[in-house]
Design a protein around this ligand. Sequence first.
Ligand code: ZN
Length: 273
Amino acid sequence: MMIILMGAPGVGKGTQAKVLCAKLKLRHISTGESLRQAIKENTSLGSQVRQYVESGRLVPDQLITRMVIERLSRNDLKSGCILDGFPRNTQQARDLDKFLSAKITSAYMVIYLDASEKTLIQRLSGRRLCKKCQAVFHLVNMPPKKDMRCDFCGAELYQRPDDKEETIKNRLRIYQEQTAPVIDYYAKQNRLLHIDANRELKPVLKECLKLLKGRGNHIRLPKSDLSPARAGSGSRKICLKFCPLPPNGGVPPTAAKGIFFLKERDDFYKVRL
Ligand SMILES: [Zn+2]
């Protein structure tokens, strides 16, 4: 199972991804982490990425897509993963679908953590970092014990220039322009789980888990959806380790070398039993 986690800066995506991964035993794939790893391993992609990072230029979208796809192709993701920070625009979403449609790896769904601009600004502008150990604090949600000093090492706290209100507004505007169309893209595919992330971390996490369990990665197939070869045994529970095909009204459940098509709501899935 793959889950794509989407949401604006400050919505708590990274934290939710970490906890969800631990609870659901999934791997956490964040774009930032993948960039750092590629550079460290000095792969051919990694050395290209390094040139951009070292000269302080933005890594081009296409390079990021190639890197994420390379990461998803490794065989340590059998139990599934959470993708965090990707895709950022509809081109990347399309490229990802193109890659997935050629594989029978896993179904995926998209969790959209949605919070108001007011909430996001309040969260980001309250963030303070330790100058020495980089520990993160928050003036409202996680204030330091001693006035503006790090709880762990006692060093002074500071605000990242990125977290000043004018800069935040700009970051949110860029996010809206680039990423809001991706939300639409997934909504049209019927994959979007919409979650109100104006609340605290815990209730948001609880709802994520509830929604994911509701969809589940197991379904019970009715007899009519099974290939003729299996239909004799009645309904059975199968693991949804497959890749959704684009909706196609004309495709009947078809058996072919253990692969058949399954219709769930309005989507067709290619299934291997
Ligand atoms: Zn510190």
